[in-house]
Design a protein. Structure first.
Ligand code: 5GP
Ligand code: ZN
Length: 114
């Protein structure tokens, strides 16, 4: 997807503050953090959202959730608690139409959903 900002970050065409990378996932710091720890775990493959995930991506989905757990540990929020979120579509508040999981922590997070 040539006009997708996260594809461009994955391709290193525009910079991202990388905290982890493997063949399937790039993890970066969010440019506008909502918490002291705010990471984005981005699939290297362009998938628009969780709605477009198919059975062939099952392994990737497991991998990215295990990575969320590992990065929470690495960034020191595993014990205190954290949140893993993926927004889907317009009413889900998804701004970037390329599948990504937020890992948020380092403060007491609010429980409001709007
Ligand atoms: P969404 O609303 O799609 O779930 O979240 C998109 C997130 O991507 C937002 O938290 C926003 O701050 C972040 N973001 C948007 N553009 C960039 C960028 O160019 N670099 C980084 N590091 N984060 C971005
Ligand atoms: Zn993309």
């Amino acid at each position: 997807m040539s006009d997708c900002i996260f594809c461009k970050i994955v391709a290193k065409e525009i910079p991202g503050e990388t905290v982890y990378e493997d063949d399937q996932v790039l993890a970066i710091k969010d440019i506008n953090p909502q918490a002291p720890v705010h990471l984005l775990l981005i699939t290297k493959k362009h998938i628009t959202s969780l709605n477009e995930v198919s059975s062939e991506d099952e392994g990737l989905m497991g991998h990215i959730l295990m990575l969320a757990q590992k990065l929470a540990q690495k960034f020191g929020v595993a014990e205190s608690g954290y949140r893993v979120v993926t927004n889907i579509g317009k009413e889900g508040g998804q701004a970037v139409p390329h599948l990504h999981f937020h890992v948020l922590g380092g403060k007491a997070l609010g429980v409001h959903i709007d």
